[in-house]
Design a protein around this ligand. Structure first.
Ligand SMILES: *Cc1c(COP(=O)(O)O)cnc(C)c1O
Length: 333
């Protein structure tokens, strides 16, 4: 299951869905109905799985379109069953189990009774079982226990043959752990070339590069403030490149003053002063050859996005999904 929620992690849902549609995927994983519609409109026929819960007003469309939800409550299942009955077609759902995430799914206690109740809905087919890992990139002992619990749950509910699809792992789960009883996985971040576990990073290839250009190059004297709040003041004559990107593009303003760098022609230069909405300033005094119009890499092959995420005290997922529509997406085969 290729997870393409949040605009394929900021890469562009239509393009990524079309690029992956020719792969042998069981599902595209999306967060909600709006994303499911968008994939449909992109002309892709791969099955669509809804990773998050659905609410009542959305369910008729879900059944009509044949999207696959996970169910976390008997009420949801009952309504899906009624809608399927009204159409006279059986409808596939997955049983969501909460093995530690605390966000959705049935809790483990009483799961056999839950399963029996679900099997009582004659228009539903319990095609799969899924759960989610809250700390596969942070807590290995917990994750190993959680994986063993999930295997035990599948065993207790009738064994692997009972469910066509059994899925638990996100990227960190896939990279760092064995599969157990699962035959499906839900990679998100790693599809986009980033490993949540640094030791596996060399297995993956960079996908997104965020670039801008130097729009202006000036020489400022010593003692000159740079950007809002004048939080940075030049200590010497400084060659300052103004770059046409800012937090309005999703570049995190929080890195201001934290020592973040950009890459120009393979060399790194420090951002000085606060990142503004549309522009930022870079000290390029160390190079004679930098010129107006030069490409500036904000992150990509020469500057890992994880470095920016760390300086912004956030996670890579948030940086990628935060790149705004103003940034033109260019795709290369
Ligand atoms: C977002 C999500 C994933 C993908 O997680 P990554 O860490 O990006 O691989 C997998 N499963 C569920 C339920 C999700 O919500």
């Amino acid at each position: 299951m290729a997870v393409v929620k949040a605009g394929a992690y900021g890469h562009g849902l239509d393009e990524i869905a079309r690029a992956l549609a020719t792969e042998d995927l069981a599902f595209f994983g999306v967060a909600n109905v709006r994303e499911a519609r968008q994939i449909r409109h992109a002309g892709v026929s791969t099955r669509i799985y809804l990773l998050g819960p659905t609410w009542s007003a959305e369910r008729a469309e879900i059944v009509a379109c044949g999207w696959t939800p996970c169910v976390s409550s008997i009420e949801e299942a009952r309504e899906f069953n009624q809608l399927a009955a009204a159409r006279g077609t059986r409808f596939k759902v997955h049983l969501a189990v909460d093995t530690g995430m605390g966000r959705g799914g049935f809790v483990e206690d009483g799961l056999s009774a839950t399963m029996a109740a679900l099997e009582g809905f004659e228009w539903l087919e319990i095609e799969g079982i899924g759960s989610h890992l809250p700390s596969a990139d942070e807590d290995e002992p917990f994750t190993r226990r959680q994986m063993a619990r999930f295997d035990a749950i599948i065993h207790d509910l009738g064994g692997s043959s009972r469910f066509r699809w059994r899925h638990l792992s996100n990227s960190a789960g896939i990279l760092g752990y064995p599969n157990g009883a699962c035959n499906l996985a839900r990679p998100g971040l790693m599809l986009y070339g980033i490993s949540p576990l640094p030791k596996f990073q060399q297995l993956l290839r960079n996908v997104m590069t965020l670039k801008s250009r130097i729009t202006l190059l000036r020489d400022l004297p010593a003692g000159h403030g740079v950007s809002y709040g004048r939080a940075f003041v030049t200590s010497r004559p400084t060659r300052v490149a103004t770059v046409g990107i800012g937090y309005g593009d999703g570049y995190p303003r929080q890195v201001s003053g934290q020592g973040a760098e950009v890459c120009i022609a393979g060399r790194r230069f420090p951002i000085i002063g606060r990142v503004t909405m549309d522009q930022m300033m870079v000290d390029v005094s160390a190079s004679e050859s930098v010129a107006e119009g030069d490409e500036v890499e904000l992150f990509g092959p020469h500057l890992p996005v994880s470095e920016i995420a760390d300086l912004a005290q956030t996670i890579v997922w948030e940086i990628l999904t935060g790149i705004t529509p103003r940034v033109m997406r260019c795709y290369h085969e």
